[in-house]
Each structure stands twice: as structure tokens, then as C-alpha cells.
Write a protein that binds this ligand. Structure first.
Ligand code: UD1
Length: 419
């Protein structure tokens, strides 16, 4: 297993480009199951989650070709002959559940392994299933698989108790071919949901209320394949912003979707960083001392849970006390024990972490536990005194494309060691 070795102390400078958004690309890939033909997705980075979804689509009979150098994914779906998402593919990536809606609505049935628990919380899929049941589907759970069948889904009024991101996407994907009108209330507002909705409209779907919490979808009988460019990854961009702010750097981030990063930008500014739009990107300048800020994660446009671990790493060396509340997932503080091994002063009470800024962190051998926790440990290693080694970085490769190469170009002393 590879590991990342960092020698702390470098101030980041130069230019970096953000890649396409993984969380936008996965639902776009799922939408290919709705059409007969070739979907083309551009601005696609090489990520393990995208490879896993490719494997899933191939398992269903799709012909997938990926040119990661050009960032182009072509998915041909004329020969789909399967409707089952097996355990070995779903267990490594929860987002596999996104095939459920398209398969049921186009092929009348689907059998998908239940994702089960995962490192950052229970994360059930009850809202996905309740929505499909409201649309007339029959749902049964057997041997760890959920079986869903429906001759033709019917339009329905669906209220989501929680604005689930993939839940909204799955139900929207299902509703495009339903008979009549579906209204999804308390829908997720994340930019990745909007990206999918706009792609579906380009494919011929009838969707109103895009970008609001009420989506109205009129079923149609046919959609056509399209070429679509994925939006930039706001979490990758946000991770760079935090890295620059923490290391007192000065970096121009290209393809940085600042319009999707209001909550993070305002917290980084409060902590003392300068952030401004500049020709061709967003300029971030970090200043010390870092002021402590309080964070409460929430659904978009609130502070993203996917940036909580990285901002907490930053708060470990801030001036004063910072309170971090995680309201989206119940078990997303696994980076805390590793940060503490570097000398951070953090105490946890339920979903709240209290971080008392310390003068400095010291490098240590660390274990990555999930995707964003891995990023937070790398950020901490970049400001720590001495050497930090982060192992189990396969988590990192799920969602960041060659982050060590990008950070190295910005001046970080960072290497990937093959083991
Ligand atoms: C998506 C993102 C993930 C991000 C998360 C929250 C993708 C592929 N992943 O995950 O990176 O961290 O949004 O922004 O886009 N819930 C239920 N029942 C359900 C569905 C969700 O109780 O049926 C709960 C979850 O346990 C969680 C909350 O709702 O507490 C939000 O989860 P959700 O928005 O569904 O996250 P994902 O779509 O899995």
C-alpha cells in the first residue's frame, strides 16, 4: 500500500488547477443508464471512485472507455443486459446506489446490494427507497440486497425528511421516465444536484425548480445521450484554499468554483486569509496568526461536511478556541485521534469538537481513515515540524487526483512512497 511522506514547513506558492467534481460525475455516469447510445462526460479526473463506477457500468453491460489524459469518459449503453449491482462494487463506494433509480425506471427492475454502514456513519438509504415506493415501486430486502420492481413508475409527491444529496439525485433519475408529475420537496441544493438536473434537461427531461428545494419533474418517454462537462470540484478547490491559508501561502487556484464556496470562503476570511477573484482564477493568501473560527456543518449552502476535517486541521494551530459541530454525519471525527498524535489539543463531546490552538504540530506516522480525513492529515503534515507519514492513502485516491503532485508543484515537500 502506498503512503505519503511530508516534511512540514513549506509555504505554498504558484498556480494549481482544480479537477472535475467526483460527486457531480458519478450521477452523470448513472444518467447514462437512461439512454440508448453514447454519453460523453468531459473534465473527468482519474479517481478510484470513478473507476469503481466504470466497473459497475461494465458489469451491467455498458461499454466504457476512459481517456484520463484528455479527461474524457465515453459510456455506450446500447447493450445493457444486467440490473444487479453486486456487493463487491457497492461495498467500496456507497454512490453505487445511484444506479437504482435509472435501472428501475428504464428496465423495470433492479437488485442493488445495500451499502450498509461505513466509516463516517450509518448512512441508510431509506429515503431513496421510500421515494420509489411512493412512485409505485415494490421494494423488498433479501440477503443484503434490495430488490425494486415497477412496471412503470408513477409521478408522486415526495417530501425528503433530510435533503439527501444522492437521494435527491436517485429520485430525479427515476422520475424522468415516470408516468406524470413528480414533485421532490426538501430536495438537496448542492451544485452537483443542479449539474445533474441541467444535464437531464439537455437530454430532454422536463424539470422545473432547478437550484431550489422543490424539483418538479414531468415524465417523458425518451431521453437522448449528450456530451457534458463536469463542474469543478468545490471540495478539492476548498482543500487547496485551506492548505494555502494554513501554510501562509500565496496561490492562484484555477477552475475554482468560488460561487459554490461561500460558506468556506467566509470562514477562511474570518480566520485571516485573503481570497479574491483574479483573472483566470482565485487568489488565496494565508496570513499568520490564524484566528480561530467556529464551524457548523450543514447541507448546502451551509458549511460542507466534506471540508470539516480540513478546517479542523487548520484550527489546531489557530489562536484561541474553535468549536466544530458536525450535524450531517454522526461519526465524522475519526481524524481527531490522528491529529492528537501530532500534538493537537482537541476534545470531543458527541457531535461537537473543541479545538484549542497549539503553537505547532509535530510530524508523526498517521493512518488515514476516510477520504476527507486523509486530506486533513496531509494539511496537518504540511505545517508540522519534521516528518509525517500518512498510510492507507487508498482513501485519498478515491477523491483526489494526484494531490501530492499538485501540492509538490506548489512547493510542498511531499512524496508518494510505493510499498
Ligand atoms: C453526498 C456526497 C458526500 C457528502 C454528503 C453530504 C456524493 C457521492 N457524496 O453523500 O461526499 O459528504 O453528500 O454532503 O455525492 N440519510 C438518511 N437516509 C437516506 C439518505 C441519507 O438518513 O436515505 C442521512 C445520512 O445518513 C446523512 C444525511 O442524510 O446523515 C446526509 O446524507 P446524504 O446527503 O444522503 O449523503 P450522500 O448522498 O450519501
Amino acid at each position: 500500500m502506498d503512503k505519503i511522506v511530508i516534511e512540514g514547513g513549506a509555504r505554498l506558492s504558484g498556480e494549481v488547477r482544480t479537477g472535475g467534481s467526483k460527486n457531480a460525475i458519478l450521477p452523470l455516469m448513472a444518467s447514462s443508464l437512461l439512454v440508448d447510445g453514447c454519453m460523453t462526460i468531459t473534465n473527468v479526473p482519474r479517481l478510484r471512485d470513478i473507476d469503481t463506477f466504470n466497473a459497475l457500468l461494465r458489469h451491467l453491460g455498458a461499454d466504457v472507455s476512459a481517456d484520463y489524459k484528455a479527461g474524457v469518459l465515453k459510456i455506450k449503453t446500447s447493450a445493457i443486459n444486467g440490473t444487479e449491482a453486486p456487493y463487491n462494487l457497492v461495498k467500496t463506494m456507497r454512490a453505487s446506489i445511484l444506479v437504482l433509480g435509472p435501472l428501475v425506471t428504464r428496465f423495470k427492475k433492479a437488485r442493488v446490494s445495500l451499502p450498509g454502514g461505513c466509516a463516517i456513519g450509518a448512512r441508510p438509504v431509506d429515503l431513496h427507497l421510500k421515494g420509489l415506493i411512493k412512485m409505485g415501486a415494490s421494494v423488498s430486502v433479501e440477503h443484503g440486497y434490495v430488490n425494486v420492481t415497477a412496471e412503470r413508475l408513477k409521478g408522486a409527491n415526495i417530501y425528503l425528511d433530510i435533503p439527501s444529496v444522492t437521494g435527491t439525485e436517485n429520485l430525479m433519475l427515476a422520475a424522468v421516465y415516470a408516468d406524470g408529475k413528480t414533485v421532490i420537496e426538501n430536495a438537496a441544493l448542492e451544485p452537483e444536484v443542479t449539474c445533474l438536473a441541467e444535464a437531464l434537461v439537455k437530454m430532454g427531461a422536463l424539470i422545473r425548480g432547478i437550484g431550489t428545494d422543490t424539483l418538479t419533474i414531468e415524465g417523458v418517454s425518451e431521453l437522448k445521450p449528450i456530451e457534458i462537462k463536469a463542474i469543478p470540484d468545490r471540495i478539492e478547490a476548498g482543500t487547496f484554499m485551506a492548505a494555502v491559508a494554513m501554510t501562509r501561502g500565496n496561490v492562484l487556484i484555477k477552475d475554482c468554483p468560488l460561487e459554490h464556496l461561500d460558506a468556506l470562503s467566509s470562514k477562511l476570511r474570518e480566520a485571516g486569509a485573503e481570497i479574491r477573484s483574479e483573472d483566470g482564477g482565485v487568489r488565496v493568501i494565508g496570513n499568520w496568526p490564524i484566528d480561530s473560527v467556529d464551524i457548523k456543518t450543514a447541507a448546502y449552502p451551509g458549511f460542507p461536511t466534506d471540508m470539516q476535517a480540513q478546517i479542523m486541521a487548520m484550527m489546531t494551530i489557530a489562536k484561541g478556541l474553535s468549536v466544530v459541530k458536525e450535524t450531517v454525519f454522526e461519526n465524522r471525527f475519526m481524524h481527531v485521534s490522528e491529529l492528537k498524535r501530532m500534538g493537537a489539543d482537541i476534545s470531543i463531546d458527541g457531535r461537537t469538537a473543541v479545538v484549542r490552538g497549539v503553537k505547532g504540530l509535530s510530524g508523526a506516522p498517521l493512518m488515514a481513515t476516510d477520504l476527507r480525513a486523509s486530506a486533513s492529515l496531509i494539511l496537518a503534515g504540511m505545517v508540522a515540524e519534521g516528518k509525517t507519514e500518512v498510510s492507507r492513502i487508498y482513501h485519498l485516491d478515491r477523491g483526489y487526483e494526484r494531490i501530492e503532485e499538485k501540492l509538490k508543484k506548489l512547493g510542498a515537500n511531499i512524496e508518494r512512497i510505493k510499498e
